[in-house]
Structure formats: C-alpha cells, structure tokens
Design a protein around this ligand. Structure first.
Ligand SMILES: NC(=O)c1ccc[n+]([C@@H]2O[C@H](COP(=O)([O-])OP(=O)(O)OC[C@H]3O[C@@H](n4cnc5c(N)ncnc54)[C@H](OP(=O)(O)O)[C@@H]3O)[C@@H](O)[C@H]2O)c1
Length: 239
C-alpha cells in the first residue's frame, strides 16, 4: 500500500458525517486535509483537533469560484494537492410529487453541479502535476432506483456516469477516478427530510468511519491500479 504521509487531500462536505470521518481517517494516516463546507464554525472545531494537519475553507459546492478557492487554499497552505474527495451532498425522501420544486432543484444543484465544480477546479492542477486522485461519494441509489428517492437516485446515477466518463478521459494522464456507493450510513443525512434522529434502523446502518476507511484504502492503493466502483452495505441492509 502507498504511504499517505504528507499527501494533501481536499474534501467537500467535511463539516459532518462521511466527509468529517474521512478527514480524521486521512490525518491519522499522516495526510494533510483541506475541509470545505458551508458551516465554517463546525469546520473550525474539527480543524482545531487535527494538529496543524487541516485547514477549514467556507465554501458552497454550488459555486464554481468556491471550489477554485478550496483548491487554491490547499496549494497556498500545503504546497500541493494530491487528491479530491467530492463528498458533499444532500438527500430528501419522497415520491416524485412530494417535494417542492425548490427542494428538488437544491438537491440536483448540490449533488450534481456540486460534484462537477470541485473536480473542474482540481483537474488542471492534477494535469500539471502529472497525477491525481478523485474519489466521488455517490450511493447505492446511484446503482439502482428506489420508490421514495427517484430524484436523489438520479443525482447519484449522474455521479456514477460522471466518474465513468472521467475515468476514460483522465486515466491516461495518471488521474484515477473512483466512486464509492455506500448504503445507509448513520449521519445527519436526510435528517428532517425522511430520516429522524430517533427512527428505527439507524443503529443497523454503517458508521461514517466505514466509508472513511474505504476512502483511505482507495488512496493507499498502488498507482499501478485503480478502483472504479466500491459498493458497500451494512450486513443488515437488504440489497
Ligand atoms: N448517510 C447515508 O446514508 C448515505 C448513503 C449513501 C451515500 N451518501 C452520500 O454521502 C455523502 C455525505 O453525506 P453524509 O451521509 O455524510 O451526510 P451529512 O452528515 O449530512 O453531511 C453532508 C455534508 O455535505 C455538506 N454540504 C451539503 N450541502 C453543501 C453545499 N452546498 N456546499 C458545501 N457542502 C455542502 C454538509 O456541510 P454544510 O451543511 O456545512 O455545508 C456536510 O458536511 C453525500 O453525498 C450523500 O449523498 C450518504
């Protein structure tokens, strides 16, 4: 496995859940992390406990210029960028007519455009460097539809399609593009939008650390190979 010591990784959606856990897991392996999200106070609290190995950047993945700032902050502070984890995303459950136009537009913008902009900010730097890693956190919903999350699933299929195209476009340039498709994970995801903190089944879900460990494993693989799709579920999840 590759040693991640000194590697610089930018993570979107790092103020909670899978992104936060990925930051902690990467720093434990010696990496430096640049954490992006809207809630800067939460990012700063996380950074405080990561011993100078982390930087907080207030950003909204819906704005291309914010992704440019995330990448620039990594290079200005740590001198390089080795990997991007495009993780930021939101979920809201309901049938096709159940959610407002505004909520669906927000979900499509954050999950789809909000994956494209950070990648477009990072790729020129990876091309210049001659290598790089992109890890997209999609979902099991990006592999099959589900009756109460059709639009969410569409956004997650979009990420899988994006990754497939980018792998073909960029692997000859030594840029690896990997997608993780987790099943249910106990985070703040969809809270108030189909999940509640006291709902049944949360305990049986995966923990954010499980997905973070997959991020670490993907980045630690030798550069002679690439991980395309890592589909993962709790032992209790049906399919
Ligand atoms: N939890 C699950 O069951 C599950 C399963 C499969 C896939 N996923 C995927 O995993 C990813 C992470 O979700 P999670 O479970 O860790 O949920 P979470 O705990 O709710 O965390 C979501 C993160 O995304 C950030 N975010 C949301 N909108 C953003 C925006 N416009 N700009 C920047 N950051 C934004 C949030 O930060 P701010 O609010 O501070 O901006 C937060 O840090 C998502 O892409 C989700 O679709 C989750």
């Amino acid at each position: 496995m590759r040693d991640l010591t000194g590697q610089v990784v930018a993570i979107t959606g790092a103020s909670a859940g899978i992104g936060e856990a990925s930051a902690r897991a990467l720093v434990a392996k010696g990496a430096k992390v640049v954490l992006g999200a809207r809630r800067i106070e939460r990012l700063e609290q996380i950074v405080e406990h990561l011993d100078g190995s982390a930087l907080a950047v207030e950003m909204d993945v819906r704005k291309p210029e914010d992704s440019q700032r995330l990448v620039a902050a990594a290079i200005d502070t740590f001198g390089q960028l080795d990997a991007l984890v495009a993780n930021a995303g939101i979920g809201a459950y309901g049938g096709i007519m159940d959610l407002s136009d505004e909520k669906l537009a927000e979900m499509m913008d954050i999950n789809v455009a909000g994956t494209v902009w950070p990648i477009r900010a990072a790729v020129p730097h990876f091309l210049e460097k001659g290598e790089g890693d992109i890890v997209i956190v999609s979902s099991v919903a990006g592999l099959r539809g589900a009756g109460d999350e059709a639009v969410y699933a569409a956004t997650k299929f979009a990420q899988v399609g994006l990754a497939g195209g980018l792998d073909r476009e960029l692997r000859s340039k030594n840029i690896r593009v990997s997608t993780i498709c987790p099943g249910g994970t106990d985070t703040e995801f969809a809270m108030g939008w189909g999940r509640t903190p006291d709902m049944e089944g949360l305990d049986a879900m995966m923990r954010p650390k499980n997905i973070a460990d997959a991020v670490v494993t993907i980045l630690s693989q030798p550069k002679s190979m690439r991980t395309l799709i890592w589909s993962m579920r709790s032992i209790d999840e049906q399919d």
